[in-house]
Design a protein around this ligand. Structure first.
Ligand code: FES
Length: 105
């Protein structure tokens, strides 16, 4: 499956993501600099913060409490904010559109 990452300037990057891989891992494998993923995916950094395109939000498992509290410390959290290290690719998410924030700090 593929994910489409869009940076804050509108640049689009279509990236192959293996099933079971997280969007944070896929972004770092593809050197997308809009996502950092400093903690390696253990929900302690929030530098993998992204905005999920509205039409995809409901296809995801809702964020848990720890993820929610980390999103609160991310820069400029919105309703559709998620941590990309907590989104695992599957066939159902093929084509998911993910917006990257202006900055992770
Ligand atoms: Fe650190 Fe997602 S990579 S919270």
């Amino acid at each position: 499956p593929k994910a489409i990452f869009i940076d804050a300037k509108g640049g689009e990057y279509e990236v192959d993501v293996e099933n079971g891989q997280t969007l944070m891992e896929a972004a770092s494998d593809n050197m997308l600099d809009g996502i950092i993923g400093e903690c390696g995916g253990v929900m302690s950094c929030a530098t993998c913060h992204v905005y999920i395109a509205p039409e995809w939000v409901e296809k995801l498992e809702p964020a848990g409490d720890i993820e929610e509290s980390m999103i609160d410390v991310a820069r400029d959290p919105q309703e559709n904010s998620r941590l990309s290290c907590q989104i695992t690719m599957s066939d159902e998410l093929d084509g998911i559109v993910v917006h990257m924030p202006v900055s992770q700090f």
